[in-house]
Design a protein around this ligand. Structure first.
Ligand code: IMP
Ligand code: MG
Length: 182
C-alpha cells in the first residue's frame, strides 16, 4: 500500500522477530496448566494469531469484543463488553492479548472483568505501549514495543476501521479526516 500519509515505524520483520521472543518467554513462564489467550477484538487479531503460534505449547484462544466510545483517535472513558468469552476461565492461566495500551482505560476495565472469572493467574500481553498517554494504571506482563505518543495503524490497528491489514506498523501523519472529539 503506498499512501503518503503513512510512515513505517515498526517493520513486519521486526514485529515477527519480537513476537518470536515473546512466544518463547511465555512458553518458559507457563510450562504447564491451561493457558488461555484472550484476544481483544478487533485490533489484536493479527497479534493473537502470530503470538499463539510462537508459543510452543497448547493454548486456548478466545475473543472478547468491547466498545469504547469514540471512533477515531480518542477514547472517552466508557467501556462496554459487546461479545463475551465462550470458555470459562476458572482455574486457568489467562493472558489478555491487546494491540496497544494508550490511556489504559480499556485494560484497567478488562482486568476487573477478568478477575471476576476467577482465573488462577491473570496477565496482559500488549504488542505496543504508549506510556506517556496513561490516565489509568495498567500493569503489563509482556510488551512488544514501547512507542512515543504518535497515532499508529497497521498489523491490526485502525484509524476509523481503515489500515488494519498493513504488514508494518505505521505512523499516520495526517488522517484522511479530522479526528472526532470524544
Ligand atoms: P486505551 O483504552 O486508551 O488504552 O486504548 C486502547 C485502545 O485504543 C486500543 O485497543 C486501540 O483500539 C485504540 N488505540 C489507542 N492508540 C491507538 C493508536 O495509536 N492507533 C490505533 N488505535 C489506537
Ligand atoms: Mg481501535
Amino acid at each position: 500500500m503506498t499512501d503518503p500519509n503513512l510512515r513505517v515505524l515498526i517493520s513486519a520483520e521486526k514485529i515477527r522477530a519480537r513476537i518470536r521472543e515473546l512466544g518463547a518467554e511465555i512458553s518458559r513462564d507457563f510450562p504447564s496448566g491451561n493457558l488461555h489467550l484472550i484476544c481483544i477484538l478487533k485490533g489484536a487479531v493479527y497479534f493473537l494469531t502470530d503470538l499463539s503460534r510462537a508459543i510452543g505449547r497448547d493454548v486456548f484462544i478466545d475473543f472478547m469484543g468491547i466498545s469504547t466510545y469514540g471512533k477515531g483517535k480518542t477514547t472517552s472513558g466508557e467501556v462496554k463488553v459487546t461479545k463475551d468469552l465462550d470458555i470459562s476461565l476458572e482455574g486457568a492461566d489467562v493472558l489478555i492479548v491487546e494491540d496497544i495500551v494508550d490511556s489504559g482505560i480499556t485494560l484497567n476495565y478488562l482486568m476487573h472483568v477478568m478477575e471476576q472469572r476467577r482465573p488462577r493467574s491473570l496477565g496482559i500481553v500488549a504488542l505496543l505501549d504508549k506510556p506517556e498517554r496513561r490516565l489509568r494504571p495498567v500493569v503489563t506482563t509482556y510488551v512488544g514495543f514501547q512507542i512515543p505518543d504518535q497515532f499508529v495503524v497497521g498489523y491490526g490497528l485502525d484509524y476509523a476501521e481503515r489500515y488494519r491489514n498493513l504488514d508494518d506498523i505505521c505512523v499516520l501523519d495526517s488522517p484522511p479526516q479530522a479526528p472526532p472529539r470524544a
